[in-house]
Write a protein that binds this ligand. Structure first.
Ligand SMILES: Nc1ncnc2c1ncn2[C@@H]1O[C@H](COP(=O)(O)OP(=O)(O)OP(=O)(O)O)[C@@H](O)[C@H]1O
Ligand SMILES: [Mg+2]
Length: 396
């Protein structure tokens, strides 16, 4: 046996004293020890494991966020009217992976009718399986707080991206990139609209809240529609606690505002408003008050995007204006039909995921690195949390 493989030759890790730098150096030494397969099951390996764990516990920031069901909450990302969104980790077979957890505010978790609606919609959302729809993995209740676990998106919402538009985008390429993003989002919507149950009956899924906050572009150039189906629960929340649908009215179809029956064409309207705004860099229905906003959505003349931003091709003008017909019968009859029209336009200027990724990086250059740093920190922190939990269990 070569001498290097003898456990006795391994430098014992207890040389480490205190202080973060000393601990880090020691952790590196113990990591090297742990990777030596010849030390398997040896006493030295066990000591190294314990030391490595104590390093993780002492140097990782303590988690004050706790858990939601099986998910370790690692960082708060944002807090909105319905709940708080966290970067969280789940363990599968000892391997941690990232998820986003939306935890419903406590006062809403106490509202039985809201939660029943939220759960119905979450169940529906979890059955949508499409590359351009944010995957919902799971939903449940922990300590009186309802939560939803979904795919963690490394990217930005169109609302976040819109802020970075002006000046930075090469005007010639911009319309085609926007068309690619919209075509893919329309495909995601179509997958949900055509969802069937096991007997082949249409589930008639409608998003109802197609707005820039719920549409994401990822760093890899792909897109995701998020929050499928939570809109109905939000209307209930609005009725219950009087919160305004602020920032949402501008994307709600006229027939929905008028309280008439809605179908998937309200989502085509929403995507039409988003398209108009992405192409022009301006709000379509800006107004001083909610009442003015509602009357603008219902009756204000909608100009072609090119009249607000010269350079938008006439084919795109026609597509956007068709999506924004106030009479739903005159709109595209399905999201796929809209996607097909956009694909026809794109035949002259093909745009790949790589092109969108490059565009994204130009607009928001730090997002990818920030995400990686956040995820790395989350792993260190949760590993420490999990180790603490195991140690506490062993001690009792
Ligand atoms: N799956 C996700 N992955 C990563 N970040 C997310 C995810 N979902 C939401 N976020 C982050 O949390 C923020 C808030 O999302 P949330 O859905 O709670 O509110 P919103 O989209 O602004 O409004 P709405 O209540 O209409 O959904 C998003 O802007 C985004 O930054
Ligand atoms: Mg959302």
């Amino acid at each position: 046996m070569p001498s290097s493989s003898k456990p006795s030759k391994a430098k014992p890790p207890e040389a480490v004293t205190t202080g973060v730098f000393a601990q880090r150096a020691n952790a590196e030494a113990t990591t090297r020890l742990l990777s030596n397969s010849n030390l398997k099951r040896s006493k030295a390996r066990r000591r190294a494991e314990l030391l490595h764990r104590s390093f993780m516990i002492e140097t990782a920031p303590p988690s004050r966020l706790g858990k939601a069901g099986p998910y370790y909450l690692a960082a708060e990302l944002a807090s909105g009217g319905m709940g708080t969104v966290y970067l969280a980790l789940r363990s599968q077979g000892g391997v941690f992976s990232e998820v986003a957890v939306k935890r419903i505010h406590r006062h809403l978790s106490g509202d039985k009718s809201f939660i029943a609606m939220f759960n119905d919609e979450a169940r529906l959302a979890s059955s949508i399986d499409h590359p351009y729809v944010c995957r919902v993995f799971d939903f449940g209740c922990d300590d009186g707080r309802d939560y939803l676990a979904m795919e963690y998106l490394r990217g930005a919402s169109l609302a976040q991206l819109a802020g970075a538009f002006e000046a930075q985008v090469a005007p010639r390429r911009h319309p085609a990139i926007v068309a690619r993003i919209l075509a893919n989002l329309a495909e995601g919507l179509h997958a949900a609209h055509t969802l069937h149950d096991q007997f082949g009956t249409s589930l008639e899924v409608v998003h109802r809240d197609v707005s820039p906050q719920n549409l994401f572009v990822l760093c890899d150039g792909t897109v995701r529609v998020t929050d499928f189906g939570v809109a109905r629960a939000r209307v209930r929340q609005h009725q219950t606690d009087g919160t305004r649908l602020k920032g949402k009215l501008a994307y709600i179809a006229p027939e929905q505002l008028a309280g008439r029956a809605v179908d998937l064409r309200v989502d085509i309207w929403g995507l039409g408003v988003v398209a108009w705004e992405l192409l022009t860099g301006r709000a379509l229905f800006a107004a001083a008050s909610e009442a003015d906003l509602v009357s603008a959505v219902i009756g204000r003349v909608i100009e072609a995007p090119s009249s607000a931003r010269p350079g938008v091709p006439s084919e795109l003008d026609a597509i956007v204006l068709k999506a924004l017909q106030r009479d739903p019968e005159k709109r595209f009859s399905s999201a796929r039909e809209l996607a097909t029209a956009l694909e026809c336009f794109l035949r002259a200027d093909a745009v790949s995921h790589a092109d969108v990724a490059h565009w994204f990086e130009q607009l928001l250059p730090d997002v990818a690195a920030q995400n990686e740093a956040l995820i790395r920190r989350a792993h260190a922190q949760v590993a420490a949390d999990a180790a603490r939990e195991t140690d506490a269990k062993t001690a009792t």
